[in-house]
Write a protein that binds this ligand. Structure first.
Ligand code: ATP
Ligand code: ZN
Length: 304
């Protein structure tokens, strides 16, 4: 059995994840959720003093905003749309007939105004743009959302619906790149506290197709994306558990985000893959939280 399915089986057996019959779509047991809640409190302890504005969006977003974002240009393979039945009585009868004979009943489903959120920060940019120019000193936002990506896998660290906690910073180039650097330092410190081995490396997004390869190379050459890597199913191929992205003024220009002086805002975001961090902890310290090293339990606030 490969390392990925064996970790997944151990998580199922321990009741930490719950099988749904679909790869990458899992229920979470109470102990698993508790680890995520505790890790988020640790994030709050590090970031809470920065004065970020907290916002929580649901896991679906405005389809028009999604279209403006350009997601379908870069990542069409990952997107998920929400479709619904919009017909009348006759359509309903033929739908039920399709289901009865096992043919494709989803053919006639129509697109709604909602698509599944691909990253926690996507609903933020149009929201902030609507407010007008950013205040002096820029903007800082605290987000968390379930995100959807169509990438079925038996690797428990590659889920189709998972949570991202994010901080997004808007301001001058210097301001947002300092923000990104400070979270790289904090990320290393936090993972050290919970006993995880980490490395930070330059990375790229999984841009689609041949044109995408150029975009990915460009992103790497310009150091626009870094990932914090932690072993989950493999020490040789560690998993990205945090990412640190500098968008230059691309999102600012796209959404019309401006600074007080009218110039286009630069933006950066820092994302924690919450399931991946919990999985890294279970993989490293074992399925029994009671047996985790005392220092790790203390860092996460488990009772002595
Ligand atoms: P990868 O290269 O592993 O696919 P990514 O580049 O797609 O990761 P981002 O788009 O930067 O990741 O997403 C932010 C964070 O969300 C990642 O650092 C990771 O921790 C988490 N994440 C991304 N995709 C998944 C997934 N399929 N399942 C669980 N967590 C994920
Ligand atoms: Zn990915």
């Amino acid at each position: 059995m490969d390392m990925q399915s064996s970790l997944l089986d151990r998580l199922f057996d321990a009741g930490l994840l719950i099988d749904t019959g679909v790869e990458g779509l899992y229920g979470r047991g109470g102990a698993f959720e508790d680890v995520i809640a505790r890790f988020e409190r640790m994030i709050d302890a590090y970031g809470g003093g920065d004065g970020a504005e907290a916002m929580r969006f649901p896991p679906g977003m405005n389809r028009a905003h999604f279209e403006t974002s350009g997601y379908m240009k870069s990542f069409p393979q990952l997107a998920g749309t929400v479709h619904s039945f919009c017909g009348g009585d006759l359509d309903h009868m033929s739908l039920l007939q399709c289901m009865e004979v096992g043919s494709d009943w989803t053919q006639e489903q129509k697109a709604t105004d909602i698509v599944l959120t691909p990253a926690a920060c996507y609903p933020l940019y149009p929201t902030i743009a609507r407010r007008g120019p950013l205040p002096a000193g820029g903007g800082l936002y605290d987000l968390q959302s379930y995100c959807f990506r169509h990438e079925p896998s038996n690797d428990p660290a590659r889920q189709q619906l998972f949570r991202m906690r994010e901080y997004v910073c808007m301001g001058t180039q210097e301001h947002v790149t300092n923000f990104r650097q400070s979270w790289m330092d904090r990320g290393l410190e936090m993972m050290d506290k919970v006993g995880l081995d980490v490395a930070i490396d330059v990375a790229n997004d999984p841009f689609f197709g041949r044109a995408g390869r150029m975009l990915a190379n460009n992103q790497r050459d310009q150091n626009l994306k870094f990932e914090l890597l932690i072993p989950v199913t493999s020490a040789a191929k560690p998993t990205a558990c945090m990412s640190f992205n500098y968008h230059q003024d691309a999102f600012g220009a796209k959404w019309g985000l401006t600074l007080e002086d009218g110039s286009v805002a630069h933006t950066a975001c820092v994302g924690f893959g919450l399931e991946r961090i919990a999985l890294a902890l279970f993989s490293r310290h074992g399925m029994e939280i009671a047996e985790w090293p005392q220092a790790v339990r203390e860092a996460l606030g488990y009772p002595g």
